[in-house]
Design a protein around this ligand. Structure first.
Ligand SMILES: [Zn+2]
Length: 140
């Protein structure tokens, strides 16, 4: 993008943004460039134009790239190593633990949306991860 300082016959100076240098000329010939103050289309470039190039910050590309696949794998590994796989019985087990019927422990598994709703209603804390952490899920 290039910014020009533009001026109308009334002396209003405003900034116009164009994708390239020629765009101003093309649009101005067709009267498409107008003063935002008085709507005059007789616009000229101010002689010492401030040209600003807005390119993609080169440094940003490729830097700070998070490897989400690796991250996801690590999260899955962590969960697998630190919880018991209860598979599709997740909701039932979570409720049992919640009410002290079953031993308090970390579990993982899958739940249907209805089961999730029940868990929420019962005030059971759980987190959802967007990838299978239960061995049961692999058969799906
Ligand atoms: Zn004007």
């Amino acid at each position: 993008m290039i910014a020009f300082d533009l001026e109308c016959p009334q002396g209003h100076i405003f900034e116009g943004w164009f994708d390239r240098n020629e765009s101003f000329e093309e649009q101005n010939i067709h009267g498409l460039v107008r003063c935002p103050y008085c709507d005059d289309s007789d616009i000229r470039k101010v002689m010492s134009p401030v040209a600003v190039r807005r390119s993609q910050p080169a440094a940003a590309a490729g830097q700070e790239m998070i490897d989400y696949r690796r991250l996801a794998k690590e999260v899955v590994e962590y969960i697998k190593n630190n919880s018991e796989d209860v598979g599709v019985r997740f909701a039932a087990e979570a409720l049992k633990i919640h009410y002290g019927v079953a031993e308090r422990r970390s579990i993982r598994g899958s739940a249907t949306s209805d089961e999730e709703k029940t868990l929420k209603e019962e005030g059971v804390d759980f987190i959802k991860v967007p990838f299978p952490v239960s061995d049961d899920d692999k058969t799906n």
